[in-house]
Design a protein around this ligand. Structure first.
Ligand SMILES: [Ca+2]
Ligand SMILES: [Ca+2]
Length: 249
């Protein structure tokens, strides 16, 4: 009984003051899993462009950098994945800081900088889009959402654009905060702030009817092009309250 009480106390202390997990890149990549091309510049700790502390992570994809996915698909990507799924039906807070360099190529090429990725159930064998994606294409930054209540999906659900801007500030850090509840049934929501400005207020179905909830992955995932892409990330946090994921002032 004594052990039981101690466990409850420590769990509640943990859920009120700390994120569930965070990545600040001060000491390395922790348990992040790469989904990157194999060249050494795919992802590195960087100390020249940092949001906090002394290091961030720098991603780079050059012409000819690619990998093959488990399903044999060739993809041009340098990414890290959290592999810590968030339960469907659970409200949580999420933050990250992104730096897109001022000289980043403006071209009409598919590019995903971050996504909440959801593992397909058995039988979902098509090229399924993620439930949420952060994209930058032709100078347009946008955040998209998909939802489907079908247990075994046969095709991608409709894409909803939650936010888009042609005035994304490159050459500086941008802080994002999200409050999300994944729920394909309709009682889901997404609220978001970009540098403390409210950019999204959505309620309705979010995500898919899957055995496992979505997990975050980030970096560069693009279609092939001649040009080199570089971006930086820092301070990725997932937690139970806004306070647990906000940047310390
Ligand atoms: Ca850092
Ligand atoms: Ca499913």
């Amino acid at each position: 009984m004594k052990w039981f009480l101690i466990s409850i106390v420590s769990l509640s202390a943990c859920t009120t003051s700390k994120p569930y997990f965070e990545y600040t890149f001060e000491k390395g990549f922790d348990d992040l899993h790469p989904t990157s091309h194999k060249n050494p510049w795919a992802f590195v700790l960087d100390s020249s462009v940092v949001r906090s502390g002394k290091k961030s992570v720098r991603f780079e994809v050059r012409k000819g950098d690619y990998r093959f996915s488990k399903r044999g698909k060739k993809s041009s990507r340098a990414e890290l994945a959290t592999e810590k799924p968030i339960s469907i039906g659970q409200e949580y807070w999420f933050s990250f800081s992104l730096f897109i360099p001022a000289n980043f190529p403006i071209e009409d090429n598919r590019l995903v900088l971050g996504q909440w990725w959801s593992e397909p159930d058995e039988g979902e064998n098509f090229d399924r889009s993620p439930p949420m994606a952060f994209r930058y294409r032709n100078g347009m930054f946008y955040i998209s959402l998909r939802a489907s209540a079908e247990k075994i999906m046969k095709e991608n659900g409709k894409e909803i654009i939650l936010f888009e801007t042609k005035k994304y500030p490159t050459g500086k850090w941008v802080d994002f905060i999200f409050n999300i509840k994944w729920s394909y049934r309709g009682d889901g929501f997404v609220d978001a702030w970009m540098n403390e400005n409210k950019i999204i207020k959505y309620s309705g179905p979010t995500g898919y009817n899957d055995d496992k909830g979505p997990s975050f992955q980030f970096g560069i995932y693009r279609d092939e092009t001649e040009k080199t892409y570089v971006v930086y990330f820092d301070d990725i946090r997932v937690g139970p309250t806004r306070q647990t994921v906000e940047m310390k002032k």
